[in-house]
Design a protein around this ligand. Structure first.
Ligand SMILES: *Cc1c(COP(=O)(O)O)cnc(C)c1O
Length: 420
């Protein structure tokens, strides 16, 4: 029996997270057995230059020696205590120092937990029920956030998933990303009912869509007026677009911030934090409950501390330079073959849209040729380039994506676009 058959007989769809199945690409998925730096190796021993990078969790690439060392040093001292450690305090101090909106922070085990808990806290703090999210923004898979339905100006939440009740989804209002008008209308009509607006400050789960000028500033001042909390979901952008995240890059400071991915160095972690008066509403100080057996896990935190230690200013200028190289390579290869493509990006984050139109939000995704993306993906894979197995995911580079690796990528991309 093939591994893929075995996987399918004991794991739903053969995978522990849907996008890994490559279902949208129409091929069987890779099973990875090893990874170093910018490359992953599948079970057959084929290697690929990796542009998935564990969906952005790895800013230094695979098996980064300082992280591996830190983890090895910690595991022999115990892998979980379920009790407080100095490591957690040091980690929290570092997060608070780096991210402008953080005065206090709580550690959890995933980005999903961070956003779910931040919403509960926002509701507990404001005493309000409704939340606003933007279509196409992904905030993990908790009930209230698994709604992204509908185009058009204002749509009330319809669950995206079976098993999510109308009750949970009905308190979620969906608006188009990058449009201030609808936010203004909703806050005028029912501002006193809205606990929070949650947003990815740079959308990274519908391809990569940067905010248009004035959007983040606009929702900041509108929420301040209405008393709703502004939550930045920086699970992707935190420590990636700048040490202080997108809030530092754009100088827009939210009330609460959610982190994940990068801060765990490849281990399961999440964090949420913000102003002291809000965070002090959490149990054991306040009435908003949230807990976790493995929260602040010493192995994950050791990895995270090492990430923060290694992330100095020079890292970001290199990532930006290499991001620009990748984007111009993609653009040139596409143009040389007459293929319409819109390449978006911020630093180490890149988006590829097979479109003649600019993509500003989920409503514009209809211009993006998902079939052409699947062809691109398969051709690239055959050339040893692993791009995200979905037309709606961001492309990630790490510090392991050196100039040499990018040049190698560029050569292969020319072949890929010539064959599409
Ligand atoms: C990945 C992601 C999440 C969810 O994090 P998990 O660790 O997968 O639960 C939340 N928000 C954003 C913006 C993400 O990209």
């Amino acid at each position: 029996m093939t591994l893929w058959k075995r996987a399918n007989s004991v794991i739903p769809g053969g995978v522990n997270s849907p996008v890994r199945s490559f279902a949208q690409m129409g091929i069987e998925p890779l099973f990875i057995q090893n990874a170093q730096g910018a490359r992953v190796e599948d079970r057959q021993g084929n290697t690929y230059i990796d542009y998935v990078n564990s969906w952005g969790a790895l800013i230094f690439g695979h098996a980064f020696p300082p992280i591996v060392d830190a983890v090895q040093r910690q595991t022999v001292k115990g892998t979980s205590y379920g009790l407080a450690t100095e490591l957690e305090v040091e980690f929290a101090e570092n997060l608070v120092k780096a991210v402008p909106s953080l005065e206090m922070v709580r550690l959890v085990n995933s980005g999903t937990e961070a956003t779910m808990s931040a919403l509960r806290l926002a509701r507990g703090y404001t005493g309000r029920q409704k939340i606003v999210k933007f279509s196409g923004c992904y905030h993990g898979h908790s009930n209230d956030l698994l709604v992204a339905a509908g185009s058009g100006a204002i749509t009330f939440g319809v669950p995206d998933s079976a098993g999510v009740t109308q009750g949970a989804a009905g308190d979620t209002i969906i608006l188009p990303f990058n449009e201030l008008g609808p936010v203004e209308i909703v806050l005028q009509q029912m501002g006193s009912e809205i606990a929070a607006i949650i947003v990815e400050p740079i959308a990274g789960n519908m391809g990569l869509i940067p905010p248009v000028d004035g959007f983040l500033n606009g929702i900041r001042s509108l929420t301040q007026k209405s008393g709703a909390l502004l939550i930045f979901d920086e699970v992707i952008t935190g420590f990636r677009v700048a040490r202080g995240g997108a809030q530092a890059l754009y100088n827009v400071i939210p009330d609460l911030t959610c982190l994940g991915k990068i801060i765990g160095g490849g281990f399961p972690i999440g964090a949420y934090g913000g102003r002291r008066e809000i965070m002090e509403r959490l149990s054991p100080l306040g009435p908003v409950y949230q807990a976790g057996t493995l929260s602040g896990n010493p192995v994950a935190v050791s990895a995270g501390l090492e990430v923060l230690r290694c992330l100095e200013g020079r890292v970001y200028s290199a990532l930006l330079e290499h991001g620009e190289l990748l984007r111009s390579g993609l653009q040139q290869a596409a143009r040389a073959n007459g293929i319409p493509v819109r390449v978006t990006g911020v630093g180490s984050l890149t988006g590829i849209f097979f479109s003649k139109e600019t993509i500003r939000n989920a409503e514009d995704l209809k211009y993006h040729d998902a079939h052409l993306y699947a062809r691109f993906f398969k051709m690239a894979l055959a050339q040893g380039l692993l791009f995200p197995p979905s037309p709606f995911e961001a492309v990630f580079i790490s510090t392991a994506h050196t100039r040499e690796i990018l040049n190698e990528t560029m050569e292969r991309l020319e072949k890929v676009f010539a064959l599409i």
